[in-house]
Design a protein around this ligand. Sequence first.
Ligand code: AHG
Ligand code: MN
Ligand code: MN
Length: 340
Amino acid sequence: MIKYFVLYLKAKLECHPELVSLSKDVRNVMVRQAHHDTTMITLRKFLEINNTDKNLARLFTDAIAPAVIEIRHKIECGDLCHCGTENVYGEKQLALDVCSNQIVLDHLKKSGLVNIAASEELESEVEFKKAGKDEKDLFTVVFDPLDGSSLVDVNFAVGSIFGVYPAGSPIGRTGDDQLAACFAVYGPRTTLVLTLGKGTHEFRLNHKENEFFLSKENLKILPQAKYFAPGNLRAAAERDDYLKKIDEYIKKGMTLRYSGGMVPDINHILIKGNGVFSYPSYSATPEGKLRLLFECNPMALLVEQAGGGAIDEGGARILSKKITGLHTRTPIFIGSKSAL
Ligand code: AHG
Ligand code: MN
Ligand code: MN
């Protein structure tokens, strides 16, 4: 962290020549304050300090982060009723699902950085005009604009999930082709958990400044799990293997932490540094419920970058599974490696 504070201070002095004239002890106060206050590194500064590709950095600072801030606002004050439409899964779309989806699409389009957008809420890919841009400077962004939307009316934490690929269709690729992934948690705080392939980091929204600031760098998931988040528990009624797994967690004295929202449930594992989230298949959903492209691949990259693992119930690594369709689902076990 020291590296950031020195760089931060240098940046401060560079762009504020009047600071150069500061007396040494004031400058030392600034270093001490910077030393204790990680909130001084904005998302933009963090990406710059880590030599992130300029376009990829801009995709996060100028498109994804503003979309998340707008969705947060919508959740606080948007209407919660059903809007009468259904998504590709035949699930009734809440007005919030639909407007969150539009918010993300609008920001991606406005950025001029996106070749293809694919959403959990849309049947097919949306292609934006390249406007003479070279495909190497464009990205494909896949997203679940509002995950756990049915939890908003009971005021549980919900989230948005994003995966970033090089330009072109995601079909035929694997999750390993992702250049970056992130999720936003709309909870007591609004946070963004992000990986660009060099570790997984948390940023917290400062509402006054409408900026995300680095709050936790290089999150780590230990191999041993103390927490478990057993999704689709109803499957244990017909699947003895799942019942046995849950029983094993209970006998080990593990602590239950399950909210019904994949984003806060996996965020809990990343922030506490251990735990396992599961969502297996059963007769009613033979492929599982969670989508490989929009939910499991981004989550798997974020968790693997923090030292955890993500597999399906055959033990196959989530990030190695070929993406054969936008809406394919997969069972998932994700988190501390020794609990999978
Ligand atoms: P979405 O709201 O985007 O459809 O996804 C919700 C998902 C995920 O957040 C959660 O883990 C899972 O649905 C819970 O499913 P059940 O309601 O079947 O338990
Ligand atoms: Mn979802
Ligand atoms: Mn959703």
